[in-house]
Design a protein around this ligand. Structure first.
Ligand SMILES: [Zn+2]
Length: 103
């Protein structure tokens, strides 16, 4: 029984060969191999990019947290100063009132 012609996975040409042959010739096999290798390296490059983007996102999240923390400190300090100023004003008023009373 004659084998059916196979179809090259690289160039699509019909050819006769072993039942497990995927390519018509060595050149096509090489080409397919190189393409596979290229795809793999492109894939790992994408993965590296993805990882670096995730790393950047994580870093900017950390920066945002740090900025929020600093802003909270500044806010707390400003409020403490406002309170201290208000107390000072109260004290000044009280002593002025005391002086007025004494008169
Ligand atoms: Zn071929």
């Amino acid at each position: 029984m004659a084998a059916d012609p196979r179809r090259c996975e690289e160039c699509g040409a019909h050819f006769y060969g072993r039942s497990d042959a995927a390519y018509c010739c060595a050149a096509c096999r090489q080409k397919a191999y190189r393409a596979r290798k290229h795809r793999r390296s492109v894939g790992s490059t994408r993965e590296e990019e993805f990882r670096s983007v995730i790393g950047q996102a994580r870093r900017s999240r950390t920066n945002a947290r740090e900025t929020r923390r600093l802003a909270g400190q500044v806010r707390a300090r400003a409020q403490a100063e406002r309170l201290a100023a208000a107390e000072q004003i109260d004290r000044a008023r009280a002593s002025r009132a005391g002086l007025t009373d004494a008169h």
